[in-house]
Design a binder for this molecule. Structure first.
Ligand code: TZP
Ligand code: MG
Length: 214
């Protein structure tokens, strides 16, 4: 999968789990709906669960995503990503240094790194990230410790200056996704707009159509 990041991130929707925003559905139910809806990239992100429950969920999600040829990325937990055989791990600026993460995960696993300014973005490229997260583009209540929004102009400058795949994230909704796409994003990540939708399948279908037609 590591060699396929560029292909997967081309005009694609990157879906991230969050049970607290999932309207009473559990992560497994949500993931099944996402896969049925044709989502190709899923990140498991749960901030408040104990490792045992995260591990169990990731193990199940790995099975489901493998069968469907969906890219599976685990947020934060390098240990869980390795033990369930995820395709990748997503880390932040204050996690372990990316070089050390690479030593742990080996050469086949994807490493994604969140970035919030052009220095971090260039640095991520130099240090071997396979893709970067760019955001938050807009303000969001989903991430409690989110930085100030980076905005569309910044997104545009990333698209012109960064050579590796990137995913735009933060406050992206159906009503503003066109602006995100027209400012250089090819891959768009969403949490609340997808997992919090009444009809996840319908929502994914509509959003994927907007991305494909952009
Ligand atoms: N990283 C930057 S913003 C964000 C994360 C995980 C939250 C995105 O959630 P939403 O609901 O799509 O704004
Ligand atoms: Mg993190």
């Amino acid at each position: 999968m590591r060699d396929k990041v560029k292909d997967f991130f081309n005009k694609e929707l990157y879906c991230i789990t969050s049970e607290e925003h999932s309207k009473g559905r559990n992560n497994i139910e949500v993931v099944k709906e996402l896969i049925d809806a044709g989502v190709k990239i899923i990140q498991y992100r749960e901030k408040d669960k104990k490792a045992l429950y995260k591990y169990k969920e990731c193990k199940e999600i790995r099975k489901l995503t493998k069968e469907a040829d969906v890219m599976f990325i685990v947020n934060d937990n390098i240990d869980i990503a390795i033990s369930v055989g995820a395709d990748g791990v997503h880390i932040g600026q204050e996690d372990m240094p990316i070089e050390k993460v690479r030593e742990l995960v080996g050469n086949d696993m994807i490493i994604g790194l969140s970035t919030h300014c052009i220095e971090e973005a260039h640095n991520a490229v130099l240090r071997g990230a396979d893709y970067i997260g760019v955001g938050p583009i807009f303000s969001t209540n989903t991430k409690k410790d989110a930085c100030a929004p980076v905005g569309l102009k910044y997104l545009n400058s990333v698209s012109q200056n960064i050579s590796i795949p990137f995913v735009a994230i933060g406050g992206i909704k159906k009503h503003n996704i066109i602006e995100v796409l027209s400012n250089g994003a090819s891959c768009v990540a969403m949490i609340s707009e997808i997992v919090g939708a009444n009809d996840i399948k319908e929502q994914v279908k509509n959003i994927k159509n907007i991305i494909t037609e952009s």
